[in-house]
Design a protein around this ligand. Structure first.
Ligand code: 13P
Ligand code: SF4
Length: 352
């Protein structure tokens, strides 16, 4: 079964992705943190700026985004929110592709990020030149790329998708009889391919966080917690997805905790998501799906090292100084906007 699924994996040599160590920093004293948050709130107001945060960032950043009229969301909603909010400056707490997507969709706005070094293993594992050559070799395929990619890779695609909308878009393309060249996340690609049966060639990229979940250890944990529902982000490998009660985007997993009757949940995604889950369902027990552990083989331990680069302190500096502005060349932005806009327009048809 696994070998069969590997047959449609593109044979390309990916660059080695340098995964930073997870930052360990002491908690700020309570009064200091409260004062810093107040200073950030004042600066957001003064500078006509709004904070857009992802569910994997530090809980303080997520809460601050909501307290100040910004949003905490999945990557699809982050993109949409920026286009609908009137602020002149968007401060994106997340990873670089999220800031770039905001800039591409809002060329007239200033987009700042707490740390421009916050990247993503999927983006790093899909260099634009290599990907473009690969697309050139398959001119009869529709190119669908995950949002976790550079502006250049998006500009080479026909469609951009996020985990929240990948399945309906691929179903739509399957209905039109299209063959798909999918990049860069092989696991998400394989998941949607399994559900749609569409012909797909998969770029062999992966997320270092989700790839660390361990199937056998998850089976053991499920036995110890028979009442728990298993929630899985589709960037996880197939042997994890196969054990899921719910597979979906970060928003879908949060919704599952809020609405399902289960008293316990085993969650296979970044542990930053627990912040929102705890707010919405304070009485539920939340357990992280097992990774390789804190030992040498675990590169992420269910915490994205790049998402963790976003801090309150860096956010304050960025607002104060205006550094870390995201730039996308207008000509490139214009090309990358087409497949992103196609996704947003498609999303509107689903909401009707
Ligand atoms: P979502 O779009 O589900 O929030 O996922 C983004 C991401 O990077 C997950 O690793
Ligand atoms: Fe990228 Fe994975 Fe981090 Fe999401 S969790 S930003 S896919 S490395």
């Amino acid at each position: 079964m696994k070998n069969q699924l590997r047959e449609n994996l593109a044979e390309v040599a990916l660059p080695v992705v340098n995964v930073p160590a997870h930052p360990v920093r002491p908690e700020l004293p309570v009064e200091e943190k409260a004062a810093l948050k107040e200073r950030i709130k004042a600066m957001l107001h003064e500078k006509n700026a709004v904070l857009v945060a992802h569910y994997y960032t530090d809980g303080d950043l997520q809460d601050l985004a909501e307290e100040t009229g910004g949003c905490v969301a999945d990557s699809l909603e982050m993109a949409r929110f920026g286009t609908e909010h009137p602020a002149r400056t968007l401060v994106v707490a997340g990873v670089r592709f999220m800031g770039e997507t905001s800039k591409i969709l809002n060329n007239e706005k200033r987009v700042l990020m707490p740390d421009l070094g916050a990247t993503c293993s999927l983006d790093e594992g899909c260099p634009a030149a290599l990907f473009s050559d690969f697309c050139d070799q398959h001119p009869e395929h529709t190119v669908v790329v995950y949002a976790n990619t550079s502006a250049e890779v998006k500009a080479r695609s026909h469609w951009v998708v996020t985990s929240g909308i990948a399945l309906p878009i691929i179903k739509h393309l399957a209905g039109r009889g299209e063959k798909i060249l999918w990049g860069p996340d092989q696991h998400l690609g394989r998941y949607v391919q399994g559900l749609t049966g569409v012909e797909m060639i998969l770029w062999p990229g992966s997320c270092v966080v989700h790839e660390a979940f361990k199937a056998e250890a998850l089976e053991q944990l499920r036995k110890q917690h028979p009442l728990a529902a298993v929630l899985v982000h589709p960037e996880s490998p197939l042997d994890i997805v196969e054990q899921a009660d719910v597979v979906g985007s970060t928003t879908a997993l949060i919704e599952a905790v809020r609405t399902l009757p289960h008293p316990e949940f085993i969650v296979a995604t970044d542990a930053g998501i627990f912040n929102k889950m705890r707010q919405l369902a304070p009485n539920k027990i939340l357990l992280s799906a097992p990774t390789a552990g804190e030992g040498a083989t675990c590169r992420s331990c269910a915490r994205c090292p790049w998402m963790a680069m976003n801090t309150l302190e860096k956010l304050a500096v960025v607002l104060e100084t205006g550094i870390n502005e995201i730039e996308v060349a207008p000509e490139l932005a214009a090309r990358a906007r087409i497949p992103i806009q196609r996704m947003l327009d498609f999303a509107k048809t689903l909401k009707k």
